[in-house]
Design a protein around this ligand. Structure first.
Ligand SMILES: Nc1ncnc2c1ncn2[C@@H]1O[C@H](COP(=O)(O)OP(=O)(O)OP(=O)(O)O)[C@@H](O)[C@H]1O
Ligand SMILES: O=c1ccn([C@@H]2O[C@H](COP(=O)(O)O)[C@@H](O)[C@H]2O)c(=O)[nH]1
Length: 245
């Protein structure tokens, strides 16, 4: 039974958004190899439990267009640089996943055929049906977006059951917990709660797209070893974002 036949799929498929900043480990910039290996091993554990996993990786550990624009750089040019940063992270993750003996493909939203396949939705679906871990690189391929939006977009295209945002905080708080230690963590929120209260853990475009596609979002701390598998078993801490009942 395949998605391409149009029949209801008999499988569990998830998209994990890996924070670029999480790849820094304890560092202030770039990539900590041990952290990449640990995240790859966490992904392998979930794949071995029978779940189809695809990934979107951020680039904030290397370059963010919006930060460069604040210092005078042209925003779109900075965003293209940011998207290239995600490709670097995708290649590093691919290598670490292959060392876990997982079959992988990197598919890029910006054409760079020497190092990654171009993103073609139906090919990505086939890769996943064959048990490959697909890493979606270069975000949406468009400036003025983020990899959170790319994650919501690819999760909808792949008909994933859930979008997991693996970030540096263990859920969505009433305020940024890095700035306000008294902020309270929520176990569950509606998409509208997040939008109406401007809870900036994820950008509004990603929340809106997920809402339109009835795609549940789970926000959790990917910095904790084994957290991806624990969240998949329903063990917290995490915040679930769904439609209000
Ligand atoms: N209400 C909130 N609840 C939780 N975190 C929040 C909130 N508001 C802001 N944040 C911040 O949002 C950050 C996560 O989003 P951000 O886009 O900065 O990173 P990311 O997507 O994980 O990383 P990258 O962009 O590098 O891929 C958290 O580290 C936290 O500091
Ligand atoms: O669709 C996209 C995705 C990303 N960008 C740029 O890349 C950087 C890094 O992505 P993060 O989501 O911040 O990790 C982002 O700041 C943008 O500059 C993009 O332009 N379009």
């Amino acid at each position: 039974m395949t998605m391409l036949t149009g029949e209801k799929p008999d499988r569990k498929r998830v998209l994990l958004k890996v924070s670029g900043e999480a790849l820094m480990g304890g560092g202030a910039f770039g990539v900590d190899q041990k952290t990449v290996e640990r995240i790859a091993s966490d992904v392998a554990a979930v794949v071995h439990s029978g779940v189809e996993v695809c990934l979107v990786v951020g680039g904030g550990n290397i370059f963010r267009g919006v930060a460069a624009a604040a210092k005078g750089m042209d925003r779109a040019q900075g965003d293209y640089a940011g998207m290239l940063a995600t490709v670097i992270n995708a290649l590093l993750l691919q290598n670490a996943l292959e060392r876990e003996e997982l079959p992988t493909r990197v598919m890029s939203a910006i054409d760079m055929s020497s190092i990654a396949e171009p993103y073609i939705r139906r090919r990505a679906v086939r890769h996943m049906e064959k048990g490959r871990v697909v890493i979606f690189a270069a975000g949406t391929g468009n400036p003025f977006f983020t990899t959170d939006t790319a994650a919501a977009l690819r999760a909808a295209e792949m008909e994933c059951d859930v979008l997991l945002k693996g970030t540096q905080v263990d859920g969505v708080y009433s305020a940024d917990p890095k700035k306000d230690p008294s902020a309270k963590r929520y176990d569950q929120l509606s998409y509208m709660d997040v939008l109406a209260h401007d809870l900036n853990v994820m950008d509004a475009a990603a929340i809106s797209l997920s809402r339109e596609n009835k795609l549940p979002i789970i926000v959790f701390n990917i910095g904790e070893a084994g957290s991806f598998a624990r969240v998949m078993r329903g063990e917290g801490p995490f915040t679930k974002i769904i439609e209000a009942s």
